[in-house]
Design a protein around this ligand. Structure first.
Ligand SMILES: [Zn+2]
Length: 242
């Protein structure tokens, strides 16, 4: 959730109840809903929120989104009602076919809402897309400035770290990150947001070009892999059964 003064915007409200409780507790009024993709755990709260706050709903043009008023695709830019933040839209298919991301490029507080495409130290499952599509989408996100804060759809960081360390056991930055994120969870804090810079250094799904990641993928596959797409596809399949 983003807010300015008493105006608030929520991203991917899968469930309305905790959003309403938070808005009421903080004395905030909802001004808009932003949606990254059509899965119910990202849109399930739209209708109940709209019943109380009939606000604009932004969402991907190529998916069916409850209550959507503004259909978006790459190249679009919006100024979020109520809070004035400017966001640009990227198409990032792979997890779903029409998945989009919202990017704030202002230098003092760059951020991205990337739904279930890029996770902290991981990436989403390929429900509606192919490995080349997903890798291209992850490369777009990886190309954002390093300080860009990554707001993803789920807190999967510790489980993702266990897998990442199986892929890259010699990555010292990964070892340090695991200690840092574990401490946050021990204090019952979220690990999120991360940053694009951290993800480039530790997320195996952004590191298919790294020799160590390729070697681990080839060892898991039991054969040589032809290119970075094959490396990415192998570690994604490996993670599915990890
Ligand atoms: Zn999803």
């Amino acid at each position: 959730m983003l807010h300015r003064g008493t105006n608030a915007v929520v991203v991917d409200p899968g469930d309305a109840a905790p959003v309403i409780a938070h808005l009421d507790r903080e004395g905030l009024e909802l001004c808009a809903i932003l949606t990254t993709h059509h899965h119910n755990d990202h849109v399930g709260g739209n209708r109940a929120l709209l019943a109380r706050w009939p606000v604009p709903v932004y969402g991907p043009a190529r998916e069916t989104i409850p209550g959507r008023t503004h259909a978006l695709a790459e190249g679009d830019a919006i100024t979020v009602p109520g809070i004035g933040v400017e966001l640009s839209v990227l198409d990032i298919p792979g997890h779903t076919a029409g998945h989009i991301a919202y990017v704030a490029r202002n230098a003092d507080a760059p951020l991205v809402f990337c739904g279930d495409t890029l996770f902290a130290v991981g990436c989403g499952r390929l429900f509606e897309g192919t490995p080349p599509q997903m890798l291209a989408s992850l490369c777009k996100l990886s190309a954002l400035p390093g300080p860009t804060r990554v707001y993803c759809g789920h807190e999967y960081t510790l489980a993702n770290l266990r897998f990442a360390r199986a892929v890259e056991p010699a990555n010292v930055l990964l070892e340090k990150r695991q200690a840092r994120e574990q401490e946050k969870r021990n204090r019952a804090e979220p690990t999120l947001p991360s940053t694009i810079g951290e993800e480039r250094a530790t997320n195996p799904f952004l590191r298919a070009d790294e020799p160590a990641v390729r070697a681990a993928a080839e060892q898991h596959a039991g054969r040589a892999l032809s290119d970075r797409v094959a490396v990415f596809a192998e570690i994604r399949a490996w993670k599915n059964s990890f």
